[in-house]
Ligand binder design. Sequence first.
Ligand code: 13P
Ligand code: SF4
Length: 370
Amino acid sequence: MTAVLEMKKAPALEDYFGLSDAELNERIEAARKELGSRLVILGHHYQRDDVIYHADYTGDSFKLAQLAASRPDAEFIVFCGVHFMAESADILKPGEQKIILPDLGAGCSMADMASAEQVEDAWEQIAALGILKDFRVMPITYMNSTAAIKAFCGKNGGVVCTSSNAVPLFDKSLKEADKLFFFPDQHLGRNTGVKFGIPFDEMVVWDPFKELGGNTEEDLRACRLILWKGHCSVHGRFRPWHVDQVRAEVPGINVLVHPECVYEVVEKSDLNGSTEFIIKTLENAQSGSKWAIGTEINLVNRLIALHPDKHIQLLAPDLCMCATMFRIAPQNLAWSLESLIAGEVVNQITVPEDTVCWARIALDRMLAIK
Ligand code: 13P
Ligand code: SF4
């Protein structure tokens, strides 16, 4: 019998920090075996190797949202990712599953750049100008946002979007609405708008700390896209000169970036897309081909290890790491699993019922888009 099976009371997190990597690995695997089909571990592609190794499924935020909705048999979904992803799993869960985030500090700085109160306030400001009467304005929130903002979109005829479905979603939404109000990532919004030929003078940025977001009424009436002033600090580190530099240093290199990068980087790159798209592109790339990747370092390092027949490197020389994703560690993963075995659910993510109801509408609208 393993130590895990003999455990009587829920363990303390501190006890895990003295364990060796091998011991943690062994205990996580023993706990997975013990919990069997009661447990599903989901892992986002930015998770570190020593965590992603234990995931039953890996994916980008869209795929993980679908997966969370497709395992009614599992009692526990342990989400190795960040807070907004675990919230989305709680909203989409098909039954009574309990969603667990091994470290509650695993947030997303971009998601924190828009609060539901700020979004409501922005909406009221444009309503006060009569813009909501004169135009059909559709709110669209990136998956990287709180459940409350997703619920706001559900209530106001809007939808959720991820980096892997932004194009079909904009295609549909631009036909249905006069204007899109996109939060919180201005870069994904701008990069997608450009793909539809929307000129920059028809895009405005909404700064939540300024009256009318820092715009005039005329600007807001004339624009097609209102972009929330939010960004990802990890992808913000990639600069256009990195693309020039890598092209000069490695002739023939392909540049592939995530659309959370600034427009000037995306414009200079060869391809852009979600983490899943990046993985698929490299899987299908020819042996001997060369790639500079503009996304989080844990994923890039994994791709380098997976494809020794291709030249793959990070686009920037510095460390582009998502520190909050990194908070999910073998220690807190082992602790959360062994707590389940001891009968205690730790770090459960629970979205309030009324928020679930509206947020689900916005997420279901997204999942319905092919
Ligand atoms: P993906 O949906 O492409 O996995 O992106 C999520 C994310 O947080 C990227 O920073
Ligand atoms: Fe958020 Fe950026 Fe980390 Fe993605 S990489 S979870 S957007 S902070």
